[in-house]
Design a protein around this ligand. Structure first.
Ligand code: SAH
Length: 355
């Protein structure tokens, strides 16, 4: 991505957040803007691509929320980063029999990738979606928001603790003018970890990450939900205790690769800081629920029963269905690393979050 080299040559080293934002979202050379990264032939596989049960259960979750909202005749059904549209297609198919729900759903998709928008247009044509570049363009009104593996694509800043002080980690061109490398910026007073006990010294060479765009987005969603009524469901790979560590990773063809090797060609993501997301929701009048693990959430909203129904209808697919349940819920697979956070307006109790 020559563009990044030109930016650094003109302005000096850039933040890890700028690097992620350009590598993933650059309009002509970004990773997401130029391809469909999903599936066996792509770089990674997500829960809705593993099994239809994931989207179906989330559809039932949304329909339950809609009932609790007193079944508004029109509401915005919003998905952030819908990929191939698989989750939403499964969700809307599974809720066809919930009287009035699909008719009331005014579908809005927030997506930066023209390639994936095209796929979503095909998968979801029957529901006539409207696309937006950002959540704040979605029209007002009662809403239900779903985001699976979107927050992990949002850019993080990294801060390194070196010589007793915090410095932002930056990216510069290599010493010989080619390639990229990490360098440290000036000492920063911009303490990166408000939720970490500052009296406790961080471990030497600690790295803290911060995702201001994630906090801003969840805050905006929380505000909308509180003012207009509704709920949001965020599912992502992340941590629910404050912590240190470099979680930025690059993936190509299902294998981890060097983060700096090929910006624009590899997927980049960072673990989601659910503590920070919860904190940002607390600044709004919405209620935050969880995070709970994906295994807990899916079990609580009926994964076993759904799997049993599918197996009865298609006995030959039994092994495949069992394998999908394991992949979604086993603690050494997606069950524990993936977390689920919900936001609701006052008076709603989202399914799946009871103790
Ligand atoms: N939710 C889908 C896809 C996850 S991949 C699934 O579970 O299969 C991440 C998705 O978010 C892709 O659709 C990608 O194009 C989109 N995306 C990445 N950054 C985004 C941003 N800043 N705003 C909106 N969409 C974004």
């Amino acid at each position: 991505m020559q563009y990044l080299h030109r930016v650094i040559a003109a302005h000096g080293p850039i933040s890890v957040a700028r690097y992620m934002a350009e590598a993933l979202g650059h309009p002509t050379d970004g990773y997401y803007t130029t391809r469909d990264p999903l599936g066996a032939k792509g770089d990674f596989v997500t829960a809705p691509e593993i099994s239809q049960m994931f989207g179906e259960l989330i559809g039932a979750w949304c329909a339950d929320v809609w009932h609790q909202m007193d079944r508004p005749p029109v509401f915005r059904l919003v998905e952030l980063g819908p990929g191939r549209g698989t989750l939403m297609s499964d969700a809307l198919r599974a809720t066809r029999k919930v009287e009035g729900f699909v008719d009331a759903a005014d579908l809005h998709l927030v997506e930066i990738s023209p390639v994936l928008r095209q796929q979503q247009a095909e998968t979801l044509a029957a529901y006539r979606p409207t696309w937006h570049d950002a959540f704040d363009q979605v029209p007002d009104g009662p809403l239900i928001v779903v985001a699976n593996e979107l927050f992990d694509a949002l850019p993080v800043h990294q801060f390194a603790f070196a010589g007793g002080q915090w410095r932002e980690r930056l990216i510069d061109v290599g010493a010989n003018g080619t390639g990229l490398r990490f360098v440290l910026g000036p000492v920063t007073e911009d303490w990166p970890a408000p939720q970490v006990d500052t009296a406790q010294a961080p471990p030497p060479a600690a790295i803290r990450e911060r995702c201001p765009s994630g906090s801003a987005l969840i805050g905006e969603i929380g505000h909308r939900v509180a003012v207009h009524g509704g709920a949001a469901l965020v599912v992502d790979y992340g941590y629910d205790q404050p912590g240190f560590g470099d979680t930025v990773q690059a993936v190509h063809n299902h294998e981890p690769v060097d983060v700096l090797a090929a910006p624009g060609e590899d997927d980049l993501c960072a673990h989601v800081d659910f503590v920070a997301l919860r904190e940002a929701v607390c600044g709004t009048n919405a209620t935050a629920w969880g995070p709970v693990t994906q295994a807990h959430f899916l079990a609580a909203i009926g994964l076993e029963a759904r799997a049993a129904t599918l197996k009865k209808a298609a006995p030959d697919a039994g092994g495949e269905i069992d394998a999908a349940v394991t992949r979604l819920t086993a603690s050494d697979q997606m069950g524990s690393l993936f977390k689920v956070l919900a936001l609701t307006s006052a008076g709603l109790t989202p399914a799946g979050f009871a103790a």
